[in-house]
Ligand binder design. Structure first.
Ligand code: IPE
Ligand code: IPE
Ligand code: MG
Length: 238
């Protein structure tokens, strides 16, 4: 393979599970199951090729609008993954996988919040790859949450409103301390962000494809990175 720049941070919108299932006359939950397997594979592959930060969009603040059976099937899949992560704690540590859950904790089932906390705690010392899983995540809510934190600091007299900078916002969003995503991948033929990383994506490169997430392979990730390497990023300069 040609020498290429691996993006410091990749964001992936895991979309198309429902349509994948429909194509096969399966219930939507089967599409989510297949998608969860692809998530595991792509996660391992990202680590293998030296990506340091990767964010997977798994459940948005808007996804609560889905039928209760589908929401509960998705919650069950999160539980399965989290329990498996605990069982495989040694393996994850060996892989150096630092797992974080980004999103609004409130509103999630209590047992899942607990599993989020233990999984994060147990992987805290791992530092080869940061894997963010966005659950009950919304970019607008993330910015709103940051505003609340900063407003509280203003109220406490710790900062003046005129001194608030973009860096203060960046320091108070869920991905604080991580680089902004260089590349955002959205399969499934949709050309939108659907409230994903709207603050962080100001200068991200986008890669869209008609592939449905459960059909997404390591080769597709390679293809996206190769295309990314052909882009010229100017950040407003010349
Ligand atoms: C993505 O697949 C999974 C979630 C949003 C949780 P979808 O369920 O949105 O699949 P489509 O878009 O209906 O095909
Ligand atoms: C975006 O997909 C959210 C996730 C992949 C978790 P959606 O399927 O919810 O997005 P829309 O509704 O098509 O914009
Ligand atoms: Mg969708």
């Amino acid at each position: 393979m040609e020498k290429r720049n691996v993006p410091a941070h990749i964001g992936i919108i895991m979309d198309g599970n429902g349509r994948w299932a429909k194509q096969r006359n399966l219930p939507r939950s089967e599409g989510h199951k297949a998608g969860a397997q692809v998530f595991r594979r792509i996660c391992d592959y990202a680590d293998e090729i030296g990506i340091k930060n990767i964010t997977f969009y798994a459940f948005s603040t808007e996804n609560w609008r889905r039928p209760p059976e589908e929401v509960s099937a998705l919650m069950d899949l999160f539980r399965d993954y989290l329990k498996e992560a605990q069982e495989r704690q040694d393996e994850n540590e060996e892989k150096g996988m630092h797992i974080s859950f980004i999103g609004h904790r409130e509103g999630m089932p209590e047992d899942i919040i607990e599993l989020f906390d233990t999984t994060e705690k147990e992987s805290r010392s791992a530092n080869r790859i940061n894997v963010n899983i966005a659950v009950n995540y919304g970019g607008r809510l993330e910015i709103t949450d940051a505003c609340r934190i900063i407003a509280q600091k203003v109220k406490n007299g710790e900062i003046n409103p005129e001194d608030i900078t973009e860096d203060d916002i960046s320091a108070n969003i869920y991905t604080a301390g991580q680089p902004d995503p260089d590349l955002i991948i959205r399969p499934s033929g949709e050309y939108r962000l659907s409230n994903f990383m709207i603050w962080q994506s100001a200068y991200s490169e986008f890669w869209f494809s008609d592939i449905l997430w459960p059909d997404f392979t390591e080769k597709d990730l390679d293809r996206a990175i190769d295309d990314y390497n052909k882009r010229t990023r100017r950040f407003g300069g010349v």
